[in-house]
Design a protein around this ligand. Structure first.
Ligand SMILES: Cc1cc2nc3c(=O)[nH]c(=O)nc-3n(C[C@H](O)[C@H](O)[C@H](O)COP(=O)(O)OP(=O)(O)OC[C@H]3O[C@@H](n4cnc5c(N)ncnc54)[C@H](O)[C@@H]3O)c2cc1C
Ligand code: SF4
Length: 325
């Protein structure tokens, strides 16, 4: 690990003043410190933000507001989250391990880096870590990589589970920077890799995530988060689906769907949502609609199985969320 300055901030303004090019904010440290030990990240200043007043889980007129420094385990267990958006709680409980969830913050989770092995190995080329050096995953081991939103420069998946639930629900992130604050839809916060995979989101230098605001949809209590992985715990998704569905008299009135493990960012499944609306809530409808989930998919040598796995995951998640057996 490289030497770095360590600074603590107790107000957002202090944290923003301490930030400079090459610095990094430290929340739970479960990703940052890991990647610093591997020399993948080499900040020259680490700014501990754990004392900032970015906590709290509250229902407001605008929605469910979750402070960026809330711990994953506290959000998962919170009675309001469980009552209003059980999908968020489920996505968190299927993430990482109990110990990690106790340390890890929501802001840090949204900012976590890809688990692509080439990215984490500094002896390997990687356009995301070292722009212009190449992408060995394109022709190398790519079983866990993305099939949607990929480019010739990068095919890495976004690893967060709860981001998938947030994107399905149309959540926004409130950002704070030296020039004030702004609010961005989480779906637009993340960038496609294109030819600049090193640029993963719209956060400006020194800007912070302050909170996440999730719209409240009364019917979204009928929701689920399905995660398919190689082992049943402590593992990232091969595919995941966040689904909330409003069924009245057997007909789909409204639906929210997003997928993880398949996209270079959390992937909202808008075409599937549109195909479902007005349809009879039965397995056949769900299966027909799921076909459009993989429009434009670009499978690689080892991950073509994800196209059928994604479609089947969508059907299973919808059956569960709609209570159809
Ligand atoms: C073994 C293992 C398994 C895991 N499995 C899963 C899983 O199954 N699903 C899943 O979703 N995640 C998983 N994770 C990832 C884990 O959830 C993240 O490491 C964690 O959420 C990061 O939060 P943190 O507070 O520790 O962030 P930190 O490590 O402190 O920070 C991470 C990054 O975010 C930045 N940052 C932190 N807070 C802010 C903020 N408020 N604004 C702007 N930037 C900020 C930091 O500068 C850093 O770049 C796993 C991690 C490990 C180590
Ligand atoms: S997929 Fe992306 S992160 Fe992985 S090696 Fe290629 S450029 Fe790097």
């Amino acid at each position: 690990m490289r030497a770095f300055d360590y600074a603590t901030a107790s107000t957002v303004d202090d944290a923003l003043k301490l930030a400079r090019p090459g610095s990094a904010f430290l929340a739970g440290g479960t990703t940052l410190v890991d990647l610093m030990k591997l020399d993948v990240l080499t900040p020259d200043r680490v700014i501990d933000v754990n004392s900032l007043p970015l906590k709290g889980i509250r229902l407001h007129a605008g929605g469910l507001r979750i402070g960026a420094l809330e711990r994953m385990s506290d959000v998962a267990a919170h009675p309001v989250v469980r009552a209003v958006h059980p999908m968020i709680s489920k996505a968190l409980l299927l993430s990482a391990s109990g110990q990690l969830r106790n340390m890890a913050s929501i802001g840090g989770n949204l900012m976590q880096r890809t688990r692509c092995d080439y990215f984490r190995d500094v002896t390997s080329a990687c356009n995301k870590r070292r722009p212009g050096s190449g992408c060995p995953a394109l022709t190398g081991v790519n079983r866990g990589h993305a099939i949607l939103g990929t480019s010739d420069s990068c095919v890495a998946t976004h690893a967060s589970d709860v981001a998938v639930a947030f994107v399905a629900l149309g959540a926004q992130v409130v950002l704070r920077g030296k020039d004030g604050g702004r609010t961005v839809a989480l779906e637009d916060f993340y960038l496609l890799p294109g030819s600049t995979p090193d640029r993963e989101n719209v956060l400006g230098p020194g800007e912070l995530i302050a909170e996440v605001v999730v719209p409240v949809l009364p019917w979204a209590r009928h929701s689920t988060y399905l995660k398919i992985r190689d082992r049943q715990s402590y593992e990232f998704a091969l595919t995941s689906v966040a689904a909330a569905v409003d069924v009245k008299r057997g007909v789909v009135q409204d639906v929210r769907l997003a997928a993880g493990g398949v996209g270079t960012k959390p992937w909202r499944l808008r075409a599937v949502e549109e195909a479902l609306k007005g349809g009879v809530a039965v397995e056949r409808t769900f299966a027909d609609a799921a076909e459009s989930a993989v429009d434009g998919a670009r499978p690689l040598a080892h991950n073509a199985f994800k196209t059928s796995l994604l479609k089947r995951s969508i059907v299973r998640a919808l059956l569960d969320a709609a209570g159809v057996r």
